[in-house]
Design a protein around this ligand. Structure first.
Ligand code: HEM
Length: 348
């Protein structure tokens, strides 16, 4: 009996079934990187899981041990500096890739009927990505980790009704205490990634059911097939993109490796408290208004974007020729860039 026969007796799956399952025809425009950007955060998420597991072998989530364990990873463990730096840069690139992918979906109107649900799933993935980034930043137990977590919990406290509960949940008490760090670790390394995996499965399943939006371009020659095979053609494009990203990550990790800031000191508030760059926009917003106004308006903006496909559909029904969504999109992108640069440029 051949090995193939041995397996097929036990796992009755035919090769043709597998080919059918993996060989979705992909429209030609996915040959362009801008249109196939969804694969980039998916790939980076895998990099984060692998490097995160390696880091978790050494990381010890308690106020007494966290900082020293990160120092050990950075200075003594074999290739620890590389793994930590790739994890840190991977987080930055993943946030950037999710935002770029969302921009592509937005500006090409690919969120419109029947893809409203997948847009909302995507919004959950965006929030999930930002929360994974934020909770990871808190784990090093540097001054900024400690005070960043404290400030975030105090901001959460101002949310009407649920605020005090969110704060209690995040800090495992009224203030930062001995149980806080392990809570952040469980959220960062288990709860949020598990949620993310679930969301990615739902996102991809919906894409498989609906197919991606079809676009056609003027430079396409007529008579050419307008689809190509997912396997191996599109997969090969994704693998090449993955290799390029790995080189980029390695260069960034080597040239600008992750460093250690001063250890957390609960009695000494630093003069400047800054979150990671991807939260600059929210931080600047908070400084522009009273805290309750800022939190409520931010919640409103996120909720509006969550429901954007429906708002856009309503506007298009009333004014079919209007370019409303494009103007809102441009305004949104300019506001995000402007607030981020502003927060990055000033000390306070
Ligand atoms: C970890 C985050 C994400 C991953 C891994 C991901 C993955 C993907 C992939 C692989 C595609 C297929 C087309 C392409 O490659 O662009 C896609 C399409 C799509 N994504 Fe995402 N995505 C993520 C986040 C988001 C976000 C934040 C949104 C919006 C809020 C979003 C909304 C959509 C929509 C509506 C489509 C269908 C596009 C079309 O039909 O052309 N995704 N996503």
């Amino acid at each position: 009996m051949s090995v193939a026969e041995w397996f097929s007796e036990r796992l009755p799956v035919r090769g043709s079934d597998l080919r059918e399952l993996t060989n979705e025809p992909v429209p030609n425009h996915l040959r362009r990187w801008w249109y196939a950007l969804g694969g980039t955060p998916a790939y980076l998420f895998v990099v984060q899981i692998v490097t995160g597991i390696l880091l978790a072998f050494y990381y010890q989530p308690s106020a007494e041990t966290a900082y020293e364990s990160v120092r050990y990873i950075t200075e003594q463990a074999h290739f620890g500096w590389y793994v930590r730096s790739v994890h840190k840069w991977g987080a930055t690139l993943m946030v950037a890739a999710v935002i770029l992918h969302q921009m592509r979906v937005y500006f090409t109107g690919a969120y419109r009927k029947p893809r409203e649900i997948n847009w909302m799933v995507g919004m959950c993935m965006l929030v999930c990505t930002l929360l994974i980034g934020f909770t990871g930043y808190a784990l090093v137990y540097e001054q900024l980790s400690y005070w960043g977590a404290t400030v975030a919990a105090n901001i959460a406290d101002t949310v009407p009704i649920a605020g005090p509960w969110i704060k209690q949940f995040l800090l495992a008490g009224d203030t930062y205490n001995a149980r806080t760090l392990s809570r952040f670790f469980v959220l960062h390394a288990a709860v949020m990634p598990a949620l993310m995996i679930l969301l990615i499965i739902i996102h991809i399943a919906i894409i498989r059911l609906q197919g991606v939006t079809e676009f056609h371009f003027e430079d396409e020659k007529s008579g050419e097939p307008d689809h190509f095979n997912f396997f191996p053609d599109h997969l090969m494009t994704e693998i090449i993109m993955g290799l390029i990203l790995m080189v980029l990550l390695s260069v960034l990790a080597t040239v600008l490796p992750a460093t250690m800031g001063p250890v957390a000191d609960p009695l000494n508030t630093p003069e400047v408290i800054k979150p990671e760059w991807f939260l600059y926009v929210t931080f600047r917003w908070l400084k522009l208004f009273s805290i309750t106004t800022a939190v409520l308006s931010m919640g409103f903006i996120v909720f509006t974007f969550f429901l954007w496909p429906f708002i856009d559909a309503w506007v298009r029904r009333r004014w079919p020729k209007s370019e409303f969504s494009v103007y809102v999109g441009i305004l949104g992108v300019l506001a995000i860039i402007g607030l981020t640069v502003w927060e990055g440029a000033v000390a306070h």
